[in-house]
Design a protein around this ligand. Sequence first.
Ligand code: NAD
Length: 505
Amino acid sequence: MTTPSTTTEMSAAAVAEVAAQARAAADKLAHTTLAERLAAVKAISAYVLEHKEDIADAVCRETRKTRTDALVSEVMGVLDNFEWLLHRAPKILADQKVPTPIALLGKKSRIYHQPLGVVLVISPWNYPLHIGITSIVAAFVCGNAVLFKPSEVTPLQGLFERIFAAAPLLAQSVFVCYGGGETAQRLIDTQPAKIFFTGSARTGKRILAQAAEKLIPVDLELGGKDAAIVFDSANLDRAVAGVMWGALTNAGQSCSSLERIYVQAGVYDEFVRRLSAAVNGLVLNYGDSGDADIGGITAAFQMDIIRRHVADARAKGATQHTGGDVLAASEHIFQPTVLTNLHENMLLMQEETFGPLLPVLKFDTEEEAVALANHSEFGLAASVWGGDKAQLERVTRRLVCGAVSVNNAMITEGNPNLPFGGTKASGHGRQKGAEGLLGYTRSKAVLYDGNSGKIEANWYPYTQKKYHLFADLIDTLFGKSGIARLLGLIKTGTALEGEAKKPRG
Ligand code: NAD
């Protein structure tokens, strides 16, 4: 385990130096084509594919993930994202033709999606490769140089550099800056064009405050307290297996882990019974060769939070059906813990736990389920299970969050065409999908007109005659329709054109 006990921060001078290099890299990147940048993505994609086992090793060593969690979420997720960029970026980033209204007849309107310059990516420790590299590569594809600050808990020292070395253009455009919060603050001080932050709400607020002073835009991907809603009509075999995975994958250290499981009264007892039995059958281990379900907790401070939440719930009357403590055989593994008899005043109902807990609560009506799920300061994602399609759609629309997986858990994240991001204390801005990719660009609105001697009707001089013609134009444009509108526009437009050529008289 390479988790450092102390963090070496970059000095202000070192940060200034790397920021200057990044600005120079951004200037160079501005002269590259999208095809050249995508060729670089292709090269690192081939590198990741060839070295997938080594990469999984590095991630497992630093995080205590199970090998399957590392291979699927980190390696496969990253390759899937690269593949998506290779296929979709040319269309999404292409110059866009947009319609020009009749009042601006003869002109052409375009939108250009241009790079921002140097962007700053700050990432957390729970998916240290996936979250960092998908953001970096999307930024690069859009033509930006990147200052990247990995988490000091899982720096993956040298891994990003090794991957980027497979594509010189990427290696010259991305600057990995090791350190903790101080280094990140110094990087913000260098005035990047935009900050892409993934991490806790607590740090997100601090970044937003610092960035506000410099008017730096910030995308925030923060924590969650995601709800699952299981209706009586759900296929229980599927709902139990899916909710269990959604709560426990990566040992619950996912921003979109299911942390509140609401089950309808008709199936509640059976659900708890089956869930507890299934949880007791899971294999707990890390350093495995692909045959363990639940791995370790990455950071000691996270283990403290999980223990505190369980102790608090038990002290306040919760019933514990499984687990409840650290595994005797390993101080780094917390046993998956099913809890019932829960109340709003318990810490695990209020704060993000980020651990392998399964708090199950009973509800009676659809209305109640929606209200309970929405009753949270967070709003990242949710999961809804049932057999009534109309009900599933109604509930999905009413949930206040950024993503809903229907009869599944966290599955929206498996489709790179879908945007990812939250609302409320879960942050704002989107990663992935067309919307996410365009977040790494600045749109430039362009209107091309001809080089004729024509004087526009709305230019000077302003005359009373023109004023009345404009009043007629407004009535025609917004008060008439069909042929009357067309004829009116021709008549008023021609008169205005004629007036535009006349000097004030
Ligand atoms: P964290 O906020 O402690 O740290 C995240 C990053 O911020 C680290 O790189 C850290 O060095 C840096 N940082 C610390 N202080 C800073 C400061 N003052 N200014 C700028 N940067 C600073 O988060 P974490 O513990 O690494 O990650 C866990 C959190 O991340 C959880 O809340 C989880 O839900 C969230 N998360 C969200 C998403 C999402 O996409 N919404 C994904 C993964 C994790």
